[in-house]
Design a protein around this ligand. Structure first.
Ligand code: FES
Length: 109
């Protein structure tokens, strides 16, 4: 079963059901974790982005929204939009970028 590890949320680990079509954002929210998503998961804002430290190869292909944000230099090569990305296999290690951290959430370093 694929796994998500959110490094700077106290090492939060989430098991992802095989074959799920849910996005990383939806999976994280289902586990009662708040995550910024200003445009409502429409791929238009980049506030939901995640830094992918490991496991990029186990993620779904970038969507046209992500490609557009990359072209505008709003999404780095090691980042994905959590609202647009599914975990397909393996173990992914992600981080919440500093500038999209929520004030009421506690982040570890
Ligand atoms: S929530 Fe806006 S791009 Fe994902």
């Amino acid at each position: 079963m694929p796994q998500i590890l959110v490094e700077n949320l106290q090492g939060l680990q989430i098991s992802v059901p095989e074959g799920t079509t849910k996005s990383v954002l939806q999976i994280v929210q289902q586990n009662f974790v708040d995550w910024m998503h200003a445009c409502g998961a429409k791929g238009r804002c980049t506030t939901c982005r995640m830094v992918v430290k490991e496991g990029m190869e186990g993620l779904s292909s970038p969507t046209r929204f992500e490609e557009k944000m990359r072209d505008k230099n709003r999404l780095a090569a090691n980042e994905r939009l959590s609202c647009q990305t599914q975990v397909q296999e393996g173990h992914i290690v992600i981080r919440v970028p500093k500038d999209t951290q929520l004030p009421h959430q506690t982040y570890s370093d």
